[in-house]
Structure formats: C-alpha cells, structure tokens
Design a protein around this ligand. Structure first.
Ligand code: FPP
Length: 248
C-alpha cells in the first residue's frame, strides 16, 4: 500500500528518473485465464498491480504517472465485462482516495468522461475535489478513461478551429505548443518512458502526440504480475537509454 505519510519509505536508488511515465496495462484477461478464472478476476488483480506501481513510481520520484484504464475501443467488450471494469474502477478510486491524498498523490482523469456511467463520474468528481497543498504534492496519477488519442486530437483541432473562427487566433500563430495546450495533458511534460505489458507491441491509440520522443519499454509480463520489481526494472532500463531527439 501507499504509505499514508509524506516521506519516502525506501526510495530506490536510480541514476535518472523520468518525470512522466505512461503505462498501457495489458494482459488481465490472459492472466485470469492462466489461473482458470474469469476475466474480471484478472481485472481485480489488475487494480492491485496499479497500487504497487503507483507506490513504486512515487517512491522513485516520478512526478506524473499516466495509466490507460479504459479506451474508447474497450466499449466493444461484452457488457458484463465493461460494467465490471467500470464498477471496479469507481470503487478503487474511492477506496484509495484518502491513502493517495495522504501520500501527496493527486488523481486526474483524461478522456471523454461525460459518457461514463454516473457512479464513475461521481467517483471522479469526489477524487478531483481532494486538495493537496502544493508543498505536499508528490505525484499526479492521470487515469485515462474512455480515452483515445484520436479523440483527444480531434477535440483539440475543433477547439483551435473555433478560436480561429472567432478571430482570437490566427492560423499562422498555431504552434506545436498550441496543440499541446489543447490536449488533455496540457501543462504536463510529455512522458519520457512508456511501459506496455503482456508482449503486445502496439501503441493502441494512446498519447500519440505526447509519445513522439518517448522511450518505449515492452515486457511479456502480464499486468497483474507487474509489481515493484518489474517497475524498477523498467525505470533502470530507462536510465540506460541514450536519448538523442534526432540529434547525434
Ligand atoms: C487490460 O487487460 C485491462 C484493461 C484495459 C482494463 C482494466 C484495467 C484495470 C481494471 C486497472 C485499472 C485500475 C484503476 C484503479 C484505474 P486486458 O483485458 O486487455 O487483457 P487481455 O489482453 O489479456 O485480454
């Protein structure tokens, strides 16, 4: 569990820590199948894995952790699984809120939130209302819900088009910064590290603009089995990467 205080219990020694880590949590269903269980059993253990990874990231000094909890494409799953995931997430947000707030971790939500079930929207509202004084803020946990990058970029283009149409922005004034400022991650640094579990080598419509220069880390480990040691291994691997941004 995340410690309910503001000191770092056992800060791992890492040379270089990414400010922002993005995670595609994949493999809950396969993990459950391997155990001879239903898919929702895997999602329940997936929530446990989130706890461990949040704690490890905060201890390591990561400032932003963005996790892909539900994509716009995930609505295509059977209704029973979708309903199960929605209520699991709604419960987890509320049950973790005090612990996270006490540890200086705030939750933020990115995605098309208005189409989520009312109970989940209510959990989101409560979580976003929690106040952490600036000097106690250790990490922001962004939870992507009903999110996709193409949805986000389309919305940004619509907002920018409105500004051009009403005369508050000239087309030649549109810069990369303008686009970034209209994304759900506005004001946050782009992720330096993306982790995807379960052996799939895809970005799946996640943070496509923001991942332009991000280091990619793929592991065969299924999400419910991705714990502290696996998170530290990913952070250590990041420390070994040479980032060149197209330069020599
Ligand atoms: C990935 O495995 C799981 C998801 C995309 C959705 C569920 C995520 C959680 C329950 C963790 C979120 C928790 C919080 C607190 C936000 P999969 O179903 O794609 O697995 P498979 O590829 O093996 O079928």
């Amino acid at each position: 569990m995340v410690q309910n205080d503001n000191h770092i219990p056992s800060a791992p020694t890492l040379d270089k820590v990414p400010q922002h880590v993005a995670v595609i949590m994949d493999g809950n269903g396969r993990w459950a199948k391997d155990q001879g269980e239903e898919r929702l059993y895997g999602h329940r253990h997936g929530v446990e894995a989130v706890r461990g990874v949040v704690q490890t990231a905060a201890e390591a000094g990561v400032r932003y952790l963005t996790i892909y909890a539900f994509s716009t494409e995930n609505w295509g799953r059977p209704a029973e699984e979708v309903d199960g995931i929605m209520s699991l997430i709604a419960q987890a947000i509320l049950s973790e809120l005090d612990t996270l707030t006490g540890a200086g971790i705030r939750m933020r939500f990115i995605g098309d939130l208005a189409s989520l079930p009312a109970s989940l929207q209510e959990s989101i509202r409560i979580a976003e209302a929690a106040v952490i004084p600036a000097e106690k803020l250790r990490m922001t946990l962004n939870i992507a819900l009903n999110y996709s990058s193409r949805w986000e970029l389309t919305r940004a283009m619509q907002q920018i088009a409105v500004a051009v149409k009403d005369g508050s922005l000239r087309p030649e004034e549109i810069t990369q910064e303008t686009v970034s400022n209209h994304l759900a991650t506005a004001g946050m640094p782009d992720p330096e590290l993306l982790i995807r579990t379960s052996g799939e080598l895809r970005l799946s419509n996640f943070l496509l603009w923001q991942l332009s220069y991000t280091e990619l880390y793929f592991t065969d480990t299924l999400w419910p089995a991705f714990g502290r040691d696996q998170m530290l291994a990913a952070l250590r691997e990041y420390g070994r990467r040479k980032r060149r941004f197209g330069r020599l």
